[in-house]
Design a protein around this ligand. Structure first.
Ligand code: PGA
Length: 251
């Protein structure tokens, strides 16, 4: 498939982490909304929680989607500091990242907790972007496939038990690649994405799985990822903070 044709159907998720303040997030969208729309690509902006509401107003009726960076594994209740999937739906989120390695590491999130978060999101018709990936040590010990299997097994279980049809994104992000400038080689990635595709295909046809790659994606290295079959889009951190860099990636 020609890169340009493939690029059109690709998903580009901008994970702003805690890198932009509320004001900076608003300013980014105010300044670039027309240019973002003109790119004519599937772009999802994921700012921090306080920016979700103002951005949903700014992005209303546009082709640019809104995503959160996390949600509670619980429906409602006495969970100080947590944000429910229902609130995210009410604020206009159509996507939500869960299980990012930074949360797995700093907040000690377990695979089953991440699966619960995905369930809450699916109940609200929000598409979960479930992040998985191995550490440098696990990569060196050639344990990547086992790690991914352990991370995804509880997720597949809850997704497949849903009664209605759903869409789920799985983002493969090797931890050793996030923010480092180091990216896996094409052959290694092809093996990972073939395996992920195989696992997803073995599941029921009710769920549509979209496979993303994340980790040091830039406008300079994006071409090499197009050589890998089964990559349906990208989760971009650092390079999504600057509009020109984001533009180079998506176009
Ligand atoms: P990066 O981050 O693009 O800065 O490596 C990706 C991510 O953490 O989602």
């Amino acid at each position: 498939m020609k890169n340009n044709t493939r690029n059109k159907s690709m998903l580009f998720v901008a994970n702003w982490k805690m890198q932009k303040t509320l004001d900076q997030s608003i300013q980014f969208v105010q300044k670039h909304i027309d240019a973002l729309k003109a790119l004519n690509r599937q772009i999802i902006l994921c700012p921090s929680f306080p920016a979700l509401y103002p951005l949903s107003q700014l992005l209303e009726n546009s082709s640019v989607f809104l995503g959160a960076q996390d949600c509670s594994p619980h429906e409602l209740g006495a969970y100080t500091g947590q944000v429910s999937a229902q609130s995210l739906a009410e604020v206009g989120c159509t996507y939500c990242i869960v299980g990012h390695s930074e949360r797995r590491n700093y907040n000690k999130e377990s695979n089953s907790e991440i699966a619960q978060k995905a369930t809450q999101l699916l109940h609200q018709n929000i598409i979960p972007i479930i992040c998985v990936g191995e550490s440098q040590q696990e990569f060196e010990k050639k344990q990547s496939i086992d790690v991914l299997h352990n991370q995804l097994e509880p997720v597949f279980k809850v997704i497949e038990s849903q009664s209605s049809a759903s869409t789920v994104c799985i983002a493969y992000e090797p931890i050793w690649s996030i923010g480092t400038g180091n990216v896996p080689d094409t052959q290694y990635l092809q093996n990972i994405f073939d395996t992920l595709k195989e696992w997803c295909s073995a599941k029921t046809s009710k769920t549509k799985y979209t496979l993303l790659y994340g980790g040091s994606v830039t406008g300079e290295n994006i071409q090499q990822f197009y050589q890998v079959e089964n990559i349906d889009g990208f989760l971009v951190g650092g390079s999504s903070l600057d509009f020109q860099k984001l533009k180079k990636i998506v176009s």
